[in-house]
Design a protein around this ligand. Structure first.
Ligand code: ZN
Length: 336
């Protein structure tokens, strides 16, 4: 999980610890973002610069303090999410002593020096080509930096594809219109003032939504299911297009005795799947991959252990009977 040591989180470490205890977790691992050379961003102009790196000494000291304070209630481990890109090896070696950590996450956030999270990343880019390049980047990043335990959100980029964002926005609008459970005759146009779809192809579903003034809850739910099905079909096509590269990535993880991360934040982003998608998790299993780590990528208290139950069911169905945690860089199997 993350804390305010990550540029994109405001949650104090101690709040995360309290949240984990409230959720009944036995242990957690802090894995704050350490992305050297992350490009400057206006959104974080008030945060310590450069962004996405932090004072490692202060970080470890705060974890030590919390470990001691909560030692009877929660096991707390020291991890770090290293952002890997081209020619980063020397810089990481100078700034990070991996021996200080229990767990190292290998993460690819940047492509062409930019994070696909930003809308302007996608301007003028061919989506198919960009996705191919992302998976190839992950593959070469595995050789760029080899001192790690697990590979994070293998398909990180899919969360931010304009088409997927558009589906998610549609799903959100439908959810808002559905309200909380009660059967309603919602006036959908009333919820239609904060959208900025104009940059993208508006989905068929959204067209239906916009043209309808009144619609029943069951119809909304049907439309929500349709959106999820469309996302799923879109994603599966991506993995099929990139199957060879994804296979090579999984091969490398297995050959080098590393783990594959199942990042449940995909559910929080409402793509309806973990990252990576079950298509990739099945491939990994069929290739003999058994070592997985599970992370919610929680940047705030509310997201701790998000969709862990659902994820466990999905993993069991594929054949996995447990997952791994790391202490002092050694893995331990935890049965479901
Ligand atoms: Zn990440």
């Amino acid at each position: 999980m993350h804390s305010f040591f990550s540029t994109d989180s405001d949650e104090p470490m101690e709040e995360q610890v309290k949240g984990a205890i409230e959720k009944g977790l036995k242990s957690i691992t802090f894995t704050d973002h350490y992305d050297i050379d992350f490009p400057y961003d206006e959104e974080y102009k008030d945060k310590p610069q450069p962004i996405f790196v932090f004072d490692i000494e202060a970080y470890l000291k705060e974890i030590e303090r919390l470990k001691l304070k909560y030692k009877d209630r929660l096991i707390i481990r020291k991890g770090i999410e290293l952002g890997i890109k081209e020619d980063i090896n020397d810089k990481i070696n100078k700034q990070v002593n991996t021996k200080d950590f229990d767990f190292i996450i290998h993460s690819t956030h940047l492509l062409f020096g930019m994070d696909p999270y930003y809308l302007n990343f996608w301007e003028g880019k061919d989506v198919k080509y960009t996705l191919e390049q992302y998976f190839l980047r992950v593959l070469s990043n595995l050789d760029e930096w080899t001192d790690y335990d697990t590979v994070a959100h293998l398909d990180y980029i899919v969360r931010y594809i304009p088409e997927i964002r558009n589906y998610i926005k549609t799903y959100d609008d439908l959810s808002k219109s559905a309200g909380e459970g009660a059967d309603c005759n919602c006036n959908l146009n009333a919820h239609d003032n904060d959208n900025n779809h104009s940059d993208y192809n508006v989905t068929e579903v959204f067209d239906i939504l916009k043209s309808s003034n009144h619609i029943s809850l069951s119809e909304i739910n049907k439309m929500r299911d349709e959106v999820l099905q469309k996302i799923n079909a879109y994603l599966i096509n991506i993995y099929k297009d990139n199957e060879l590269t994804v296979k090579k990535i999984l091969d490398k993880i297995i050959d080098n005795n590393k783990s594959l991360e199942v990042n449940t934040a995909g559910f929080a982003y409402k793509i309806g799947h973990a990252n990576p998608h079950e298509f990739v998790l099945k491939m990994y299993y069929e290739m003999g991959g058994r070592s997985i780590t599970i992370g919610a990528d929680a940047h705030s208290k509310e997201k701790i252990a998000f969709a862990f139950d659902k994820t466990e069911e999905i993993l069991k169905e594929i054949g996995f009977n447990g997952y791994y945690i790391y202490t002092g860089r050694k893995s331990e199997f935890i049965k479901f």
